[in-house]
Design a protein. Structure first.
Length: 320
C-alpha cells in the first residue's frame, strides 16, 4: 500500500497545478488567490464550530487541503515547516533549561522526637528543595526568613510536625519565571508571582494553634498556580471548586505513592517500598522533582516517573 502523508498530498497538488488543467480544482484555486484565501478562512471558521471528533476530522482535512494549495503557491514545503517547528522546540527547551528557579520557602531547626530519643537536625522544606535543585545544577535563588523551629514526632511509623516558631518571608513584588512555594505555616502571603508557579499547601492548611490540626484555606489565589501539591488529608481543606481550576494537582499518599490529576483525568503511581529510618524531606523532594520535570516536558507520566526515581534515591541515601 502506497504511503500517504502531508508530503505526498503536497506532491499530488503540485502535479495538478503544474498540469495547468482548468478542470482541476487545485489549479483553479492556484490561479485565483481571492478564492483560495476565502476558502482557507471559511474552513478555519468551520473547524472552530465542530461539535464532535468526526466533524473535526472532516473540517481539518478540508483546511489542510486548502493550506497545502497555499503552500505550493508560495513555494514552501512541509519539510521547511517541520524544520522551523523543530528549531522552535529546541529554542524553547534551551530557554527552559537555563531558567532560574525562585524558591520561596523556610528552613528550620528540627527536633526529631521518638519514644527513646531526641535528635536535632537541620530541616524545613527549603532545605530539601534547595538540595535537589542544587544537585541538578539548576540556577536558583531563594527567599526565606530566619530559621523556624519545628518538633517532629515519630510514632507508629507516622511523622507529625509541630511548628513552634516561624518568621515572615519578605514579599516579592517583581514577576518571576518559575516559582516554587513551600512554607511551614503561612509565613509568606500567598501570591502566584511566577509565569509558572508551584505550591505545596502544607503550611497554608496547618493550624497555627492546635497541634496536628488542619484549617480551611479558601483562597482563589490557588487557582493561579500551575501545580498544587498536598497530602490526601491536606487537600481536603482546599475547596474542590478551587482545586478544579488548577492545571495539575499532585496528591501524595505516603508509602502508597501519589496521584496526579490533570483535566479531570487521574494518574496513579505506586511507590516502591524502601525501608528508611524516616521519610522527612521525601515529599519536598518529590514536589521539587515533579515541578522541574513538568516545567520542561508538560508530560505527567514522565514527570511522575522522574520524581519517583529521585525520591527513591533520596530515601536510599538515608540508609547510608
Amino acid at each position: 500500500m502506497q504511503k500517504f502523508d502531508f508530503e505526498e498530498l503536497y506532491r499530488i497538488i503540485r502535479q495538478k497545478i503544474l498540469s495547468r488543467n482548468s478542470e482541476s480544482y487545485s489549479y483553479r484555486l492556484f490561479k485565483s488567490p481571492k478564492l483560495l484565501y476565502k476558502k482557507i478562512l471559511e474552513e478555519a471558521m468551520e473547524l472552530t464550530k465542530t461539535k464532535n471528533k468526526k466533524q473535526v476530522v472532516w473540517e481539518a482535512s478540508d483546511l489542510i487541503y486548502f493550506m497545502t494549495v497555499f503552500l505550493v503557491k508560495r513555494k514552501v514545503s512541509f519539510s521547511q515547516i517541520k524544520r522551523k517547528l523543530k528549531q522552535r522546540n529546541r529554542e524553547k527547551m534551551r530557554r527552559r533549561k537555563k531558567v532560574k528557579i525562585t524558591i520561596i520557602s523556610s528552613f528550620a531547626k528540627d527536633t526529631i522526637i521518638k519514644k527513646d530519643f531526641k535528635e536535632a537536625r537541620s530541616g524545613g522544606p527549603a532545605l530539601f528543595i534547595e538540595r535537589f535543585i542544587r544537585k541538578k545544577r539548576i540556577p536558583y535563588e531563594i527567599y526565606a526568613g530566619r530559621n523556624g523551629v519545628v518538633e517532629i514526632y515519630i510514632k507508629n511509623k507516622k511523622e507529625i510536625g509541630k511548628i513552634i516558631k516561624v518568621y515572615k518571608i519578605p514579599q516579592i513584588k517583581e514577576k518571576k519565571r518559575f516559582v516554587i512555594i513551600s512554607t511551614l505555616l503561612d509565613e509568606y502571603a500567598l501570591k502566584a508571582i511566577g509565569e509558572f508557579s508551584c505550591l505545596d499547601v502544607q503550611g497554608y492548611v496547618q493550624s497555627k494553634n492546635k497541634f496536628g490540626a488542619k484549617r480551611l484555606f479558601n483562597s482563589k489565589e490557588i487557582e493561579k498556580f500551575n501545580i498544587v501539591k498536598g497530602t490526601k488529608e491536606e487537600l481536603r481543606f482546599i475547596p474542590k471548586k478551587i482545586l478544579g481550576n488548577v492545571e495539575v494537582v499532585l496528591k501524595t499518599k505516603g508509602k502508597k505513592g501519589f496521584e496526579v490529576t490533570k483535566n479531570k483525568k487521574n494518574y496513579i503511581f505506586d511507590a516502591e517500598e524502601i525501608k528508611s529510618q524516616d521519610t522527612i524531606g521525601a515529599g519536598d523532594t518529590l514536589f521539587a522533582a515533579f515541578c522541574v520535570k513538568y516545567y520542561s516536558t508538560k508530560n505527567i507520566r514522565e514527570s511522575a516517573e522522574f520524581a519517583m526515581r529521585e525520591v527513591n534515591r533520596f530515601l536510599q541515601e538515608k540508609l547510608k
